[in-house]
Design a binder for this molecule. Structure first.
Ligand code: ADP
Ligand code: MG
Length: 462
């Protein structure tokens, strides 16, 4: 009928606009490299903040002692206690706590009181073998996965919130001060020795076990990347050149945007309706917080303009963020011949029943389009980094030089088709030889260990 044809028009147009042929990915990668240069040249020089992490030495393997870490940056936060005794001799204990949603959009003090309280409970479970030497103070590596303008390894002010957090009175505050004050309020004696972005933590954790790690990428609720830059390639760095000659840069690549990005009307409306319009455009087309929501918006248009689900538009389909990326992923991976999983998800989440197999196939195709675009653009972003540091090609005499990207995040870990599309794009972009030397390594919760390692190397007792 005419309605089905209309729905197909919407689908085809969406697919066209989401196209990521190799030539386009190269343009995106080149734009990423250009913006990296601009962000390193001056503060405010680019959408890419290219934040200086004050980490100029990555873990050596000699780190020793008992340290705490705290990871705040998504819907959950983790507290971690590690005993470091050299590579392969690490004892980890951790606990994960979900953040009450009202605290994500409330007051600064309330959030930090909650965090300090949970940390104190965790400290209280310290066993015999996890005690720090008498007379010393516990030390903590604080992984805080939002843009922070650092003033030192253990201090920095919040630039802005992302990923659904919006606590106005925290913007501009020093997050280490806020955490320290909250710990003091409840009498928890602990020093924050390192403040790190999760990308920087993941890079540190990855390097600890693999010296070829040169960058870290997060593909989870949000997305971001960090990499090791030559200190003398950072014009905006006013300080002394570090002895190592290197500096880890937190790119904040989620805020990347470029005229080359394949954006659609759905991305525009999602952005307009978001807590942070105009910001984090790359993140909004790539990361786990948004992929399912893009799918919902496409299906909603098909429902409204082509009566795809019948004469009335399903009520639930009109609810923002009701379709989560893990559910999208489950539908996308549905391998049953009659797409049972899709049918179940539609029923359970959207209260849509009586879909035909043909309709369910269309829904899978929407998932495929959204996931593939995100995955291929992520690969282009990585190519941008490799180009910036001259690792995108194999150089004479360095035929066996490996470049390892430490990867973390639930999207990459659990969304198999996303991960595979990303690897395919990476191989296409690099070519056979170079792609043999580029390895993406899943570093599951490497950022917690990384933060503890950085707390150790910046310990007051070192
Ligand atoms: P965070 O990014 O919040 O620190 P994670 O790295 O664990 O936490 O990533 C969680 C995100 O990963 C979720 O918000 C979701 O978008 C995505 N995710 C989790 N499980 C799946 C899944 N099975 N399929 C697709 N995406 C998933
Ligand atoms: Mg995380």
């Amino acid at each position: 009928s005419g309605k089905w044809a209309k729905a197909m028009d919407i689908l085809r147009e969406f697919e066209d606009k989401c196209g990521t042929p190799i030539a386009k990915l190269r343009q995106v990668a080149d734009a990423m490299t250009v913006e990296m240069h601009a962000g390193l040249a001056s503060d405010g020089g680019s959408k890419l903040k290219m934040l200086i992490s004050y980490v100029d030495n990555l873990p050596s393997g000699d780190e020793n002692g008992i340290f705490y870490a705290l990871d705040l940056g998504g819907t959950n936060f983790r507290v971690l206690r590690v005993k470091l005794g050299g590579v392969g001799n690490v004892k980890k204990e951790f606990q994960e706590v979900s953040i009450p949603p009202n605290l994500m959009i409330g007051k600064c003090e309330e959030l930090f009181d909650f965090i300090a309280g949970e940390l104190a409970k965790f400290v209280a479970t310290e066993g015999e073998d996890m005690q720090i030497p008498p007379g010393t103070q516990r030390e903590l590596g604080f992984t805080f996965s939002f843009p922070v303008k650092q003033s030192s390894i253990a201090g920095g002010t919040l630039v802005r919130w992302t990923k659904g957090f919006n606590i106005e009175d925290a913007v501009g505050q020093d997050v280490v001060d806020e955490l320290t004050k909250a710990m003091e309020r409840i009498g928890l004696d602990m020093r924050v020795s390192a403040l790190v972005n999760d990308t920087v933590g993941t890079l540190a954790g990855g390097r600890y076990s693999n010296p070829n790690v040169i960058a870290a990428v997060i593909l989870g609720t949000g997305t971001n990347a960090a990499y090791v830059e030559r200190a003398n390639a950072i014009p905006k760095w006013q300080g002394l050149l570090p002895k190592s000659g290197e500096m880890v840069i937190n790119m904040e690549w989620g805020n990347f945007r470029s005229s080359h990005l394949p954006l659609t009307e759905f991305d525009e409306s999602l952005d307009n309706d978001s807590l942070n319009p105009g910001e984090q455009i790359f993140e909004k087309i790539i990361s786990g917080m948004y992929l399912g929501e893009i799918v919902r918006r496409v299906l909603l248009k098909m429902a409204v303009e082509a009566e795809f689900f019948g004469e009335t538009v399903p009520l639930k389909l009109q609810k923002p963020f009701i379709l989560r990326t893990p559910d999208m992923s489950a539908m996308h991976h549905d391998s049953t011949p009659d797409l049972k999983v899709v049918a179940t998800k539609l029923k359970d989440i959207l209260e849509i029943t009586n879909t035909s197999l043909k309709m369910r196939r269309v829904i899978v195709e929407v998932c495929e389009t959204v996931a593939t675009r995100g995955a291929r653009l992520s690969a282009a972003g990585i190519l941008g980094i490799l180009k910036k540091i001259g690792r995108d090609t194999v150089k004479e005499g360095e035929e066996n030089q490996k470049s390892v990207i430490a990867m973390d995040g639930g999207l990459f870990e659990h969304y198999t088709k996303f991960r595979k599309a990303m690897q395919t794009a990476m191989d296409e972009l690099l070519g056979e030889e170079a792609s043999r030397n580029m390895i993406i390594e899943l570093s599951n919760d490497g950022s917690g260990l990384g933060a503890a390692l950085l707390a150790a190397s910046h310990s007051q007792y070192r």
